[in-house]
Design a binder for this molecule. Structure first.
Ligand code: AMP
Length: 550
């Protein structure tokens, strides 16, 4: 019997005790903020006092609607350490998803960035937001939006005492929550216990994962609303590393200057971000000499990106994960047998999603549930289980029946495993689209398009895209006498009203018929095959298709 619970609080305690002067730096709406772990820890206790004073107690959910910055980071320890549950909300989602998420989670208080206030305001349906008793803007000016009651973060926190006795928590207490919108239907809630976040942090510290050390300078570009920025703020704190937060919607120029000025050694984000930095570096001089590793995940790391960063002496660490896996599950590091391999072989391995992290298990099964051979050819669905893999969705019994097999999570990713143990994603079980690291539901777009009276059938498929990895294209069937140009304009206007700009299809293709399966369902696989290699994207569309634009 260990008799000691695995919770997050000792990570903060250690950082404050051993590394009181190590810095936490943030690019914010108001300029660069800089303080130390000692000051940071005081702020987390002030925040806990403020929440306590407001009446937030153990088990209550506190939402955040924020970019990556120091105040958001204060909620990372401040909220779970006091026994409440930190619910990070993705501001890039369509309004109705945000409504569902807030209603489902019953958040009592929401912290929000001033630049996102308008978005939250437009999503704040009174019924869905009934549970929210207070909005707190993280900035000195309170914007004029319809969020009531509204105060600002400094007024909420800064007069509070820096003393707070963290309660003794159980490792089974809920610490975090994040919704996944990858599959069809409404976003599903994943809850993280203290133990899940503790074990994920410990595994991330190992050299098999990120191997973050106290000498590192860590900059998560992956948003803090995406599964705790892949756990990097917790891992960096556990290590006592310096942390750098790139703030609201960072541009490549912002990232370049933070890397140079703060001496960033390890950073992380979706491929689009790193493609953007490469593009920027064609025109601008950037000193990447401090940078050792870029962690790429959320979508496949293109081999060309791995090779180009290698030329700058930067290792790309390709990782795979899911909201359901807290999130990191595999990391593509070379085994000793491969360290002297030819460069092409290494790039080939780095381009795969990688090796399972120590602590979790996987298996890959075919349609009959039999495990496939690890020969790099046979493929099947990836199933994982382990201490930081969830075994259920929050209040979604139906999804729990289909997406789990006992303690195994069915990932929906179709993979091969080679004889060195490297997992590679080759397909997805469901037809969903990931653009710039963010999900777009093809089914929702199809339903919206088919609601138009002139449309007989519509299917939305993901098409490969250099910058965004995938973009949606609508394949539409109409009667001969329909004016297609007019219909396209009408559809665009209709979709724009309901969905963020980056959800809008980049192509509207009129076809004779959508191929069907034997049971009469749309066969997206056949459709994709039929149109493979055909230019489906409108030329100018992708430029304004950035999730960050919304
Ligand atoms: P999310 O829950 O939004 O983090 O999405 C998880 C899904 O993103 C996975 O099931 C994969 O389909 C996809 N994904 C995550 N990481 C990678 C990667 N490195 N390569 C390809 N797909 C990935």
């Amino acid at each position: 019997m260990g008799g000691y619970d695995q919770t997050l609080e000792p990570f903060l305690w250690r950082a404050e005790t051993i590394y009181p002067d190590r810095e936490v730096v943030a690019r914010t709406h108001e300029g660069i903020n800089r303080y130390t772990y000692a000051e940071y820890a005081d702020r987390t206790r002030q925040l806990a006092n403020a929440l306590d004073g407001f009446g937030i107690g153990e088990g209550d959910r506190v939402g955040t609607f924020c970019w990556n910055h120091d105040r958001h980071f204060e909620t990372y320890f401040g909220v779970p350490n006091m026994g409440a549950q930190l619910h990070t909300i993705n501001p890039l989602l369509p309004d109705k998803h945000i409504q569902h998420i807030v209603e489902d989670a019953s958040d009592r208080l929401i912290f929000l960035d001033p630049s996102l206030a308008e978005k939250l305001g437009s999503a704040s349906d009174p019924d869905a937001f009934e549970s929210v008793e207070q909005f707190v803007v993280v900035g000195s000016t309170v914007p004029d939006v319809s969020l009531e009651p509204l105060t600002d973060y400094e007024s909420f926190v800064s007069d509070q005492s820096t003393e707070y006795d963290w309660p003794e928590l159980s490792e089974d207490d809920m610490a975090g929550m994040c919704y996944t919108s990858g599959t069809t239907g409404k976003p599903k809630g994943v809850e993280y216990t203290q133990q899940m976040m503790w074990s994920h942090t410990m595994a991330m510290l190992t050299p098999q994962a990120l191997g973050i050390e106290d000498s590192d300078v860590v900059m998560p570009v992956v948003p803090m609303f995406h599964v705790n920025a892949w756990g990097m703020p917790f891992t960096a704190t556990a290590a006592g590393a310096k942390q750098v937060f790139p703030g609201p919607a960072p541009e490549p120029a912002d990232l370049a200057s933070l890397i140079e000025e703060e001496g960033v050694t390890i950073t992380a984000g979706v491929p689009t971000v790193w493609l953007g930095l490469l593009e920027y570096m064609k025109e601008n001089e950037v000193d990447l000499s401090s940078l050792e590793q870029i962690v790429i995940g959320g979508a496949a790391a293109p081999k060309a990106v791995i090779e180009q960063y290698d030329e700058f002496g930067v290792d790309v660490i390709h990782a795979w994960g899911m909201t359901e896996t807290s999130p990191v599950g595999t990391v593509s590091r070379l085994t000793p047998a491969l360290t002297d391999a030819a460069f092409d072989t290494k790039v080939d391995k780095w381009g795969k999603q990688g090796l399972i992290m120590p602590g979790i298990e996987f298996k890959v099964v075919d349609d009959d549930g039999s495990e496939i051979p690890h020969d790099g050819e046979a493929f099947g669905e990836l199933l994982v289980r382990g201490p930081w893999v969830t075994t259920e969705y929050y209040e979604r019994p139906h999804a729990n029946e289909t997406d789990f097999d006992g303690s195994w999570l069915r990932t929906g990713d179709i993979v091969t495993v080679d004889d060195d143990g490297y997992i590679e994603i080759v397909d997805r079980a469901e037809d969903v689209i990931k653009s710039g690291g963010e999900w777009i539901s093809s089914q929702e777009l199809e339903n919206a398009i088919m609601a138009h009276e002139d449309v007989s059938e519509a299917a939305v498929i993901g098409v490969d895209h250099d910058r965004w990895q995938e973009r949606p294209v609508a394949m539409i069937v109409v009667a001969d006498d329909v004016d297609r140009e007019m219909l396209t304009d009408e559809l665009k206007t209709m979709l724009q009203e309901e969905y963020p700009k980056w959800w809008l299809p980049d192509g509207f293709e009129f076809i004779d018929e959508i191929p069907k399966t034997a049971t009469g369902k749309f066969s997206k696989m056949d459709l994709r095959e039929q149109y493979e290699g055909k230019e489906l994207l409108e030329e100018d569309a992708p430029a304004d298709a950035a999730p960050e634009d919304d």
